[in-house]
Design a protein around this ligand. Structure first.
Ligand SMILES: [Zn+2]
Length: 123
């Protein structure tokens, strides 16, 4: 037993209910003192919010695998559909496009041409 004041009723042992009447405090059962099972009462009510799922956590962890800009997507599609590039080189170029997007915000014509030279030799 502790001598702490009940945190639910504030020590008077009674709390107001929804009908505007007072009722015996469920935390201390009317004693006004923090009961031994007081923490159990609190635990039950406090564990509920922590049960919320951590939404979007998996989404954030997903690695970007495709460009996001219009030019980048077009370019990466050309690379992917290329008949001359190896799978390794396609992956490398796609990564290069995404990196370029990341640092420049978009793919410039110069960059597009540079990638096209590799994805469509002779074009
Ligand atoms: Zn109480």
């Amino acid at each position: 037993m502790s001598n702490e004041t009940c945190g639910i009723c504030g020590g008077d042992g009674r709390i107001g209910n929804s009908f505007g009447n007072t009722t015996t405090c469920p935390g201390c059962r009317g004693s006004g003192k923090k009961a031994d099972d007081d923490h159990l009462f609190h635990d039950v009510t406090k564990t509920k919010p922590s049960h919320h799922r951590q939404a979007n956590k998996a989404e954030v962890a997903v690695k970007q695998t495709w460009p996001t800009t219009y030019e980048g997507i077009q370019l990466a599609t050309e690379v992917r559909d290329s008949k001359t590039l190896s799978a390794d080189l396609k992956a490398k170029l796609t990564r290069e496009i995404m990196d370029y997007e990341g640092s420049h915000g978009k793919c410039t014509q110069t960059f597009v041409k540079k990638i096209r030279k590799q994805s469509r030799p002779g074009a």
